[in-house]
Design a protein around this ligand. Structure first.
Ligand code: ADP
Ligand code: K
Ligand code: ZN
Length: 432
């Protein structure tokens, strides 16, 4: 029922003592090894010796995605590259990705936590885990892969896409646990129905769904259509990847693994720390990571921290479903997309104006992105060939910068509504 009973059910007092000890060590290490943190701490008037209690964490400055970008690619690593055994990356706001590194021990820790998360969903070594998260620079695929192996389950590293084949193998291999984004799971359910599969007769028992926001309504649909228990998993590459927090069978929020991470909720406007139960931006400090420790990292994810004891017996606090972002990041098919990335592409093209609109929709459970782009005056011609060529080049460039395909729709000059305040760049028609 637990992967690591001692840790998962550890009394809060003991857990907090462990956190303090690990926090102190982390602060000492980053102060010593990462010039960025030494400078930041000095500016804030704190030293490693200032960390006397857990409350003292509030004296440390926040770290943001901008800091990661400013130190691209390896500037915040706390070990030398000889000790790094893996690198992952996720979308940044303007082309350059956010890069993270792992030591051998970091990979072990991640596998442990992913295994712990799989056990929350009832995972054992007898399971067949079909891992349909994307493999590659994205952390989803390899993160759960190593976790499933650590657990001793049989992992099927199928990655995303190729849905008919997914469904065939799901039947033939007797998949018991499915891991992917919730929208892709729903898409699979409907494709399966069309193929005449009866999920009720298949051994699927649990789905571990994350990497994008979803809802209770979607949970009910997934559970009904796929005949499994659908649970939420949270993670972000900056902190580690999937398995930072995981729901248990109680389905009342995700236990955040506090022996490795210290969560706080802040008011995104003022930076003030909010009491448990209040909604705000999740801030995480890693306290065991070697290669890429992060101090008070502003995730931009909006949630709240639930300190109520959980009937499952785990003592680690839970975070509620992520209800939104405090920045303009969109998640399309699990991939992070920033409107500013589109803008940076348009600035490369003299034929377009940086006036654009991202229209996001979900058709048959697949996210679709259409980008409306305004033509520059001199381009507004009837040379169809020329426009088609421009559309193609834009589409290719956008795909390579965003990492997902989008439709490009060229529109006449001055047709995208201007606004006097903050420009409205996104129309999100998805219902989740
Ligand atoms: P991942 O591999 O987990 O998608 P990324 O670093 O690409 O990692 O994206 C992380 C972001 O994805 C998070 O900051 C959050 O906005 C979103 N995300 C991850 N898991 C969930 C979840 N269960 N619910 C809502 N959003 C999520
Ligand atoms: K994501
Ligand atoms: Zn629980």
């Amino acid at each position: 029922m637990y992967w690591d009973c001692r840790i998962e059910t550890m009394p809060r007092e003991q857990l907090q003592a462990l956190q303090l000890e690990r926090l102190q060590l982390t602060i000492e290490r980053v102060y010593r090894n990462v010039p960025f943190y030494r400078r930041r701490f000095t500016e804030a008037g704190v030293k490693p010796s200032s960390m006397r209690t857990l409350e003292d964490i509030k004296r440390l400055p926040f770290t943001t995605k901008q800091d990661l970008r400013d130190n691209y690619p390896f500037g915040l690593f706390a070990v030398s590259m000889t000790d790094v055994v893996r690198v992952h990356a996720s979308s940044g706001t303007t082309g350059k990705p956010t890069v993270v590194g792992y030591t051998e021990q970091d990979i072990k820790t991640w596998a442990e936590l992913a295994a712990r998360s799989l056990v929350c969903a009832g995972g054992t070594k007898f399971d067949v885990v079909q891992n349909a998260y994307g493999y590659g620079l994205f952390t989803g695929g390899l993160g759960l892969h190593y976790g499933a192996e650590r657990l001793g389950a049989a992992v099927v590293p199928i990655s995303g896409g190729n849905t008919q084949r997914q469904l065939m193998l799901m039947q033939d291999f007797g998949t018991t646990i499915l891991t992917c984004t919730p929208s892709y799971a729903l898409y699979m359910a409907e494709e399966g129905q069309k193929m005449g599969l009866d999920f009720k007769k298949m051994p699927l028992k649990a789905g571990i769904f994350g990497a994008e926001p979803w809802s209770e309504r979607m949970r009910r649909q997934l559970e009904e259509k796929l005949d499994l228990m659908a649970l939420d998993i949270y993670g972000l590459s900056e902190i580690m990847g999937p398995g930072v927090a995981m729901e248990c069978a109680e389905k009342q929020g995700m236990h955040i693994w506090e022996d490795h991470f210290i969560p706080e909720i802040i008011d995104p406007g003022t930076g003030e720390v909010l009491p448990p139960g209040e909604q705000g931006e999740l801030v995480i400090t890693t306290i065991t990571k070697e290669a890429f420790p992060l101090i008070r990292y502003r995730t931009r994810d909006i949630t709240c921290l639930d300190p109520e004891p959980c009937p499952c017996g785990r003592t680690h606090y839970r975070i509620r479903r992520i209800t939104g972002r405090s920045d303009d990041m969109l998640i399309i098919r699990g991939v992070n997309v920033f409107p500013s990335q589109v803008e940076s592409v348009l600035l490369e093209f003299s034929e377009t104006e940086p006036h654009y609109l991202l229209v996001v929709d979900r058709k048959a459970n697949l996210d679709q992105l259409e980008i409306w782009v305004e033509l520059a005056e001199q381009m507004f011609s009837d040379k169809v060939r020329q426009l088609e060529d421009l559309e193609n080049r834009l589409r290719e460039r956008i795909q390579s910068v965003l990492g997902i395909a989008a439709r490009v729709k060229l529109v006449e000059p001055n047709t995208i509504p201007r606004s006097e305040g903050k420009a409205k760049r996104v129309v999100d028609r998805r219902e989740i």
